[in-house]
Design a protein around this ligand. Structure first.
Ligand code: ACO
Ligand code: AKG
Length: 372
């Protein structure tokens, strides 16, 4: 499967996000190191500055396909060609709503434009993906027509876009299974997160036959964002069993870069990268983890550049307290631990704060006289 990351295009379309040249270069390089297979890096039609940034990214000479996003118009394609790009996405609206808004409902004109631009793109030897904007609200018969036209003109890929994020995984599966059964063009997933299903829908599309998937780091993007790079990457490696080498440091680095450059802070429970996802508080879980380090984790913290912790909290059991007390050099009696637990619960509930690894020591020191 191909991860085509669009952090530098759809990611940057998130409200209030604007990357400068240095940030774009750093993010592109970091995405390569973290395991992206292709990058969509911007929109040349935006003008000279965007084009200059794209040229700088191309000058990095990263060994992966670099694409731009374009309306399927000659002027957008020319702007891309002037950057020296050799791969483009040519986007057309495919739902009745958007065809009405952008082409006055004229499907014939829309397809004629696509045909003209695609013809030039292919005669220039450009890898060309047709972007089906709003595919999920489109008529499947019309998508077939677009794909037939694309295939007849040598297009390389069709991007199925759930532009407003309204699909469910099962529906996506049915759409993509049908479109791939046509054997016209390979399919790329582009899914939005309006109902929190972007990654699930992207994965469902891959299971149904799509070959490629658009992602963005930390799911950045229009409105609620896109399928997240780190979630898709880890899913391909761990759930699909793809032989991908996950570079934990590179993954962590790209997430930090994008967080900072986009001025977003991710939630502590964000899959793959949230700071609390390897903090086990529940007593039964800590007890299990001490006995077997896979007991309550789907993948190791080291695999994503993180560390595990056993915070002392309201849900701690005796194993957690013992773990920390032993690390401090104590070997308390069971009855002491059992006496401490209700006090710890009381204390944590009052403070509304668990004690993280470092704070565990000071939290337990208040019971020092009981232990000695
Ligand atoms: C679903 C998506 O994410 S699509 C990508 C959206 N991304 C962006 O819009 C970010 C970058 N955009 C921009 O910088 C600007 O909008 C530009 C440079 C592309 C265009 O700017 P402007 O020429 O000033 O046009 P403006 O943004 O007001 O309107 C867009 C125009 O493109 C047309 N358009 C939109 N999509 C397409 C398409 N796929 N094919 C042809 N025309 C299209 C619209 O109908 C509208 O045309 P109109 O002016 O005749 O009504
Ligand atoms: O048309 C495309 O290639 C992608 C458009 C897009 O970003 C979307 O539909 O959300």
């Amino acid at each position: 499967m191909i991860i085509n990351d669009t952090t530098l295009r759809d990611g940057e379309q998130a409200p209030y996000v604007a990357f400068n040249t240095e940030e774009k270069i750093a993010i592109a390089s970091a995405l390569y190191l973290a395991g992206a297979d292709e990058l969509e890096v911007g929109i040349p039609a935006m003008g000279a500055k965007e084009q200059a940034d794209i040229k700088e990214i191309l000058a990095l000479d990263l060994p992966l396909r670099i694409m731009s996003w374009n309306r399927a118009t000659m002027c957008d394609l020319e702007a891309s060609l002037s950057c020296g790009l050799t791969a483009v996405d040519l986007s057309i609206p495919v739902s009745d709503i958007l065809i009405e808004a952008k082409f006055g409902g004229d499907k014939t004109r829309l397809l004629k434009n696509l045909e003209e631009v695609l013809h030039v793109s292919k005669s220039e030897g450009i890898f060309t993906c047709i972007g089906g904007e709003d595919s999920s609200r489109a008529d499947l018969g019309f998508l077939k027509e677009v794909m037939e036209l694309g295939a007849s003109l040598g297009a390389n890929r069709f991007r199925y876009c759930d532009t407003v994020g309204i699909m469910r995984p099962h529906q996506i599966y049915e759409h993509i299974a049908y479109l791939s059964s046509l054997n016209l063009l390979e399919i790329e997933m582009h899914t939005h997160n309006d109902f929190g299903m972007a990654t699930a829908n992207a994965i469902s599309g891959l299971e149904a036959g799509a070959m490629s998937v658009n992602t963005t780091v930390i799911g950045l993007g229009e409105r609620a964002g896109n399928a997240s790079f780190e979630q898709v990457l880890m899913s391909l490696a761990h759930l699909f069993g793809e032989k991908r080498i996950i570079n934990a440091d590179a993954l962590k680095h790209v997430v930090q870069l994008v967080e900072k450059a986009s001025n977003q802070s991710i939630s502590a429970t964000m899959p793959i990268v949230g700071k609390n996802i390897f903090s086990h508080e529940s007593g039964i879980h800590v007890n299990g983890m001490i006995k077997h380090d896979k007991a309550y984790e789907a993948f190791s913290p080291q695999s994503v550049g993180m560390t595990r912790s056993y915070p002392i909290g309201k849900h701690s059991g005796s194993s957690t307290l013992l773990f920390h007390l032993r690390a401090m050099g104590y070997e308390p009696e069971n009855e002491v631990i059992n006496k401490m637990l209700p006090q710890v619960r009381e204390m944590v509930t009052k403070r509304k704060k668990s004690s993280q690894q470092k704070g565990a020591k000071s939290a337990l020191y208040r019971f020092k006289s009981w232990i000695n």
